[in-house]
Ligand binder design. Sequence first.
Ligand SMILES: [Zn+2]
Length: 249
Amino acid sequence: MREDPLLGSNPVHLEPGYGIAAVTCRLPAWRLQPAAAQAFYQAAIRCHDQAWRGTLSHFGLTLTSPHLWAGAQGRQYGGACGRNDTGREAFYCAADQTIVMPFDSMRSIARYGSGYALAVVSHEYGHHIQQQVGVMAAFQARAQTVGYSSQAGQLLSRQLELQAWCFSGMFYGTSTGRGSITRSLSRQAYDNNSHGGDRRGELRMHGTNQNAANWFGWGRHPSLDPSARVHPSIYECNPWAARDAGWLE
Ligand SMILES: [Zn+2]
């Protein structure tokens, strides 16, 4: 931790109880169609901006909204990351701060409903926050040193991913029950994320399905007691200071 100024001991992780703003998020009608999906994602990004802006400014940072690329076909994407080599339906490109959600690859998730699509935007937005606060750059520097696909590199990647789910959970934990963010959407996000972990044949870059769900759930409500009166905080979303190594698998 001490030799880790930009990951686990990044200042944003060190203030117990400090969270994000509750927002009344208004999302346009969902349709499984490229332009409608793009408008929906863009509105969801604005809601996340609203939730996080004050938090970043509390830490002396000015939030910049991420760009969105949500073209009809992934092969049309030509942003700074070149192409989608993640094998995933969507990804975050830190190099140009863009959430990339091609309609064709997202279809397999989005066909289940708006809550599933929203869960993906929200996760990718978590990576944007990591970029904004310096965690992403620290991750990249460290992973480059140890090798992205080494055991140490895979653990770092899981920590990064699990934190993105936790940050997403914070959004649902503070804004569910307001505007368009219904309990049903929050349940759909949990369900989506509980299938978001490492898949057969992949490196261990994301964490198990169980841990994807665990960290999302912990971000939403950081207590083992479902009835505890707790509220989401960044402090509880720090996989570099995890209390249980099992949660990093
Ligand atoms: Zn991710």
